[in-house]
Design a protein around this ligand. Structure first.
Ligand SMILES: [Zn+2]
Length: 131
């Protein structure tokens, strides 16, 4: 038996150096906390990009076209009709237009829109508020 050992930082009993939990005091030995902190901003960006990609995919496959400042219609303040969900800002429109390319069911489309918005929010939350 010559496995490497160390002392538990909590109770100072001898434990295996690879132990993740002290067998004496049951404390979790979270050695890699500092590594996580060092790479947390990278992790957050990767998570955010992943969430953003999922959100865009949900918009697209859910039959919604994302509108970012495109002037599509000559309506005055199209906020919501059967097929659009837009906000007018400085003569440009921002929001979503239903395209129904993959799913014809409007319920599925609204569900996908909700999921996409939730995913988009998760991205923002991950980017800004995750510690
Ligand atoms: Zn211990």
């Amino acid at each position: 038996m010559n496995e490497k050992t160390k002392n538990c930082p909590f109770c100072n009993e001898e434990i295996l150096s690879k132990a993740e939990k002290c067998k004496h005091c049951n404390e979790w030995l979270t050695e890699d906390i500092s590594d996580d902190e060092d790479s947390s901003w990278i992790g957050r960006i990767i998570h955010s990009i992943t969430y953003f990609a999922i959100a865009i995919s949900l918009f697209y496959f859910g039959g919604w076209k994302v509108v970012l400042g495109e002037l599509l219609f000559s309506v005055n303040d199209a906020i919501y009709t059967k097929n659009v969900l837009l906000l007018k800002f400085n003569d440009k429109y921002y929001g979503f237009v239903r395209t129904a390319e993959f799913f014809d069911s409007s319920i599925i489309q609204w569900l996908m829109l909700g999921l996409a918005v939730a995913m988009f929010w998760a991205m923002i939350e991950k980017l800004l508020f995750d510690s």
